[in-house]
Design a protein around this ligand. Structure first.
Ligand SMILES: Cc1ncc(C[n+]2csc(CCOP(=O)(O)OP(=O)(O)O)c2C)c(N)n1
Length: 248
């Protein structure tokens, strides 16, 4: 008998606008499953970014607020401090979080804001058609690095988890990947733990999720999964950087 996968309640029953093979849909589902399992749909507020997921407030059943580009951690800070009984998460791409929003994420993290950040790293600016992001790999071709990213011209990729792990305010930091089922299941565990850390009042939590952008990488969905595995995994080490043994 075929397995029936029930849609989580926290995910609205509407078609998503993402490109074929884009992993944002998987991330939406994992967050929604976690919200369902923790029974926090009515007390959760998400903050949408600017990027391909700018309108993901249409996809979640919990309350959502739109922030301007990069400012989600600042908006989430205000919401969480004004409404301390709520669970607040930001959903951010690598352009949003690691370029225009670098100051906001670093300072929210070092202040130990009791928010959870879901950081989707697809190594490129998706929405605006594939410019270099801070997380773009060396030699990766993008529309703004047509000969590949070069360290001497464009600098090196930013390792967000490693950087934030140096800050005392951070409680839980983990990098996961979506390139196969086992890793998707691990990603869900990390997202759940990050929310639990917030519910336990322990401080700032973030999960970086290595993701694909087939359209801007110029690959089909299966090739994109393979590209992630072969090229991103050696650069972005998976695992927990902080808070693995936190009691929640
Ligand atoms: C203040 C401001 N600057 C620049 C932009 C243009 N812009 C929109 S989305 C985006 C990059 C999004 O990339 P990322 O955060 O990696 O998310 P993705 O689209 O890949 O999911 C940029 C530069 C904007 N909308 N607002």
């Amino acid at each position: 008998m075929a397995t029936v996968f029930k849609k989580p309640h926290a995910l609205r029953d509407v078609p998503l606008h993402y490109c074929p093979g884009c992993t944002h849909g998987i991330v939406h589902r994992l967050i929604s499953e976690v919200i369902d399992e923790l029974g926090i749909e009515g007390s959760t507020i998400g903050v949408s970014p600017v990027g391909c997921t700018y309108n993901n407030y249409l996809y979640f059943n919990c309350d959502m607020v739109q922030a301007s580009h990069g400012r989600a951690p600042a908006v989430a800070t205000g919401i969480r401090r004004a409404l301390p009984d709520k669970t607040v998460f930001t959903y951010q791409g690598d352009g949003d979080l690691a370029a225009i929003g670098t100051a906001e994420i670093v300072h929210a993290a070092t202040r130990g804001e009791k928010i959870t950040t879901i950081f989707v790293n697809n190594a490129i600016y998706g929405m605006t058609s594939g410019q270099m992001a801070p997380t773009t790999l060396l030699n990766q071709v993008t529309t703004t690095t047509p000969y590949g990213r070069k360290a001497d011209l464009h600098g090196f990729p930013i390792h967000v988890c490693e950087m934030l792990a140096t800050l005392e305010g951070t409680a839980f930091i983990e990098r996961v990947s979506l390139h196969d089922i086992k890793n998707i299941n691990n990603a869900k565990k990390a997202i759940k733990k990050a929310f639990e850390v917030q519910l336990a009042g322990k401080g700032f939590s973030i999960v970086e999720i290595l993701s694909t952008c087939p359209s801007n990488w110029g690959l089909n969905p299966l090739e994109a999964m393979k590209w992630l595995q072969e090229n991103m995994l050696p650069v972005y080490q998976l695992g927990n950087f902080k808070g693995k043994d936190l009691e929640v």
